[in-house]
Ligand binder design. Structure first.
Ligand code: CO
Length: 219
């Protein structure tokens, strides 16, 4: 018999999970297969130590998830924009959460000088946040604490990037939802902190506010 691949273990664990879930709640999969109505969109880091559902105690069907390196909201990223548009306009989520985490490798790399090839282009977005807050960051003597502060500043910058999208501006005109949240996760104790919560309809500074029509994004 061929040796089991590490990925086979995941398939086996999946079978066990499906069995257990069904044993606990016989109608679970039938109900979920019908529809999804999550109230939350999570934009988080791809880091394997920050799984959206496990750390928030949410079950399948409760949280719509998009993850990338360093939880970025890049206004030309069609992948992120498609997820955001679907979550806001079709699922009508009530909360969009950008979640960063202390000890983020993406943020650490963005603070360094190493040429990482293709990923430089992604990290450039974080370098811009770093450059915008140099005075504050320079005043923090501990390198680890400085890095963690950029993680927090980056989360808040990405929440503001959400506000700048026509998707959020149109949604706010129509229904005063969703709330936008910036959270940070501490790998050392597993605890989430809210850094910022932005109420629907909060005015946006010049030149980012647009005279949008209400409703779905026409693009
Ligand atoms: Co990370």
């Amino acid at each position: 018999m061929a040796q089991a691949k590490p990925s086979d273990v995941l398939l086996l664990r999946n079978r066990a999970w499906a069995e257990e879930t069904k044993a606990r709640d016989a109608g679970f999969f039938e109900r979920l297969a019908e529809t999804q109505a999550p109230r939350f969109l999570w934009i988080g880091c791809a880091d394997s130590r920050v799984p959206a559902d496990a750390i928030t105690g949410t079950r399948p069907g409760e949280i719509f998830v998009h993850r990338n390196v360093a939880n970025m909201v890049v206004h030309t990223d069609l992948n992120m924009l498609s997820v955001l548009s679907y979550a806001v306009n079709v699922l009508e989520v009530e909360h969009v959460i950008v979640c960063g985490h202390h000890g983020c490798g993406g943020v650490r790399s963005a603070m360094g000088r190493k040429d990482l090839g293709l990923i430089n282009k992604w990290l450039r977005n974080i370098k811009d946040v770093c450059a915008a807050h140099l005075d504050e960051l320079d005043a923090i003597p501990d390198p680890r604490r400085r890095e963690d502060r950029l993680v927090e500043l980056n989360v808040m910058a990405q929440v503001h990037n959400l506000m700048k999208t026509t998707i959020i501006q149109r949604a706010w005109k129509k229904r005063r939802s969703p709330w936008l949240h910036g959270w940070v996760y501490d790998l050392s104790d597993g605890v989430l902190q809210e850094l910022e919560a932005i109420e629907p309809g909060t005015p946006l500074e010049y030149p980012f506010a647009l005279d949008v029509e209400e409703g779905a994004d026409p693009e």
